[in-house]
Design a protein around this ligand. Structure first.
Ligand SMILES: *Cc1c(COP(=O)(O)O)cnc(C)c1O
Length: 436
């Protein structure tokens, strides 16, 4: 049976890709151009990925913000393989399984006194958010406030690509085309603008959605410290739900297991995905306050008629439990806090040497390095400076992506100091190659 997954040459793989595959967020015209040689990843180990030519790179964006403990981690591999020997998937619709029970307990244990007691599993960040939105609306219908159907979100936020989650998206280039098809969402810039909203609008709103502490896709925009706690206070006073999208910030990224813990905040809905399985399998969870859940009890029509085929997939649960074990075994959070300080020092040093670095924005092991012209003016977007620098960084063993001209460094949490040095040196060399 070995060799069932046929081994093909890199050339063949690229040909087939260009003929059949459609990549996310990708200008396919350029991707499929004859002179574009896509990087084909074949394997990974720790923070390193290897391409089909055998070249190694640091996974500087943690495989699109998912990877936590590194690739090919023995504990994660073992947990998944052991579960594979039992059953790969069984339905959570109509049945339960022990791994989902244990995982739900472990996730809710991060929030004392059963303050977030209930877990709804789904598949990815978008669905974690999507289901929070539907629950929020249905909760209002079933608790005598049917007019509360609208949401408030923050400008330039990102919450996923399914239609409901996309309605909350504040990035015009992505979402403007679909705006009128989705939910009604009021966008605000910051908490001051939020607090200034008219009572007449707030009456129609069910909840406020935010990426706590840091907006990822918005070029790593770090919120002012204390803002989240203030938001919790305000939403509670107004009777609005606080829906936290911790799809990127969750699982240690900011130095706490969840970003909301940094400001002692317990939300009404907590949306988790990307790092939940350590970045090994697609899985998501929406944690909910029991009081919200209670509104779905009683008559049949009150149930939450929502779900996905792979909800609570046992392999995903096994990986998620193993990942939480590794957090304890490897003292991952302690490591993140130390390494975050080291990263900050390295980036400050880099900034002092490089006149094109306009600003470094950082929160835990998330960093955005914004490039501008020496006079502080942004580069013309058509110059694609950020993209070019990331491409150049490959020559120095770093894979990462830019958002406009902000270079994003968001490595697996298991990255070492030495590897951070390699990554920062790669950025320095790449900026020099592109901008001189
Ligand atoms: C990635 C991301 C999502 C969407 O998650 P998917 O798994 O890609 O659907 C939602 N919110 C935030 C903050 C994200 O970073």
């Amino acid at each position: 049976m070995l060799g069932f997954v046929q081994k093909i040459s890199q050339e063949k793989a690229i040909d087939l890709d260009k003929f059949h595959c459609w990549h996310p967020f990708t200008r396919q015209q350029e991707w499929t151009a004859a002179d574009h040689q896509p990087l084909m990843i074949e394997s990974g180990d720790g923070v390193w990925l290897k391409d089909m030519d055998g070249k190694r790179y640091i996974d500087g964006n943690a495989s699109i913000w998912t990877n936590i403990h590194g690739h090919n981690h023995p504990v994660l591999n073992k947990a998944i393989t052991e579960q594979l020997g039992r059953v790969a998937h069984s339905s959570f619709l109509g049945f339960g399984h022990p791994l989902a029970s244990s995982l739900a307990k472990r996730l809710t244990d991060f929030f004392p006194n059963s303050s977030l007691q209930r877990v709804f599993f789904s598949d990815d960040g978008s669905t974690a958010v999507e289901c929070a939105l539907k629950m929020a609306v249905q909760y209002r219908i079933q608790s005598g406030q049917p007019k509360r159907t609208e949401f408030i979100a923050f400008r330039n936020g990102y919450h996923g690509d399914t239609l409901g989650a996309a309605s909350l998206g504040g990035v015009e280039a992505f979402f403007a085309k679909f705006r009128k098809l989705g939910l009604t969402v009021h966008f605000v810039r910051d908490i001051e603008e939020l607090k200034a909203m008219s009572a007449e609008v707030i009456e129609r709103v069910t909840g406020v959605v935010i990426e706590p502490l840091v907006q990822g896709v918005n070029q790593i925009h770090v919120w002012p410290s204390g803002m989240l706690a203030e938001l919790r206070e305000w939403t509670s006073a107004e009777g609005l739900h606080l829906i936290l999208d911790e799809v990127m910030t969750g699982f240690g990224r900011t130095g706490e297991m969840f970003a909301c813990q940094k400001e002692g905040v317990v939300p009404d809905f907590l949306c988790l995905a990307k790092g939940l399985t350590g970045g090994y399998l697609p899985m998501a969870a929406t944690l909910v306050r029991e009081e919200i859940y209670d509104a779905f009890l009683g008559e049949a029509e009150k149930a939450f008629y929502y779900g996905h085929s792979y909800t609570a997939n046992p392999l995903g649960c096994a990986a998620a439990i193993a990942s939480l074990e590794i957090f304890e075994q490897e003292q991952t959070l302690v490591g993140v806090r130390e390494k975050a300080i080291f990263l900050e020092q390295q980036l400050n040093l880099l900034q002092s040497k490089c006149p094109y670095i306009f600003e470094v924005r950082r929160c835990g092991l998330v960093a955005g390095i914004e490039l501008r012209q020496m006079d502080g003016e942004p580069f013309a977007q058509s110059e694609a400076v950020g993209e070019k620098v990331c491409l150049a960084a490959r020559e120095y063993q770093l894979l990462t992506r830019s958002i406009l001209d902000t270079l994003v460094l968001l490595p697996p949490l298991s990255i070492t100091r030495d590897e951070i040095e390699v990554a920062v040196a790669a950025i320095e060399a790449a900026i020099a190659d592109v901008l001189g």
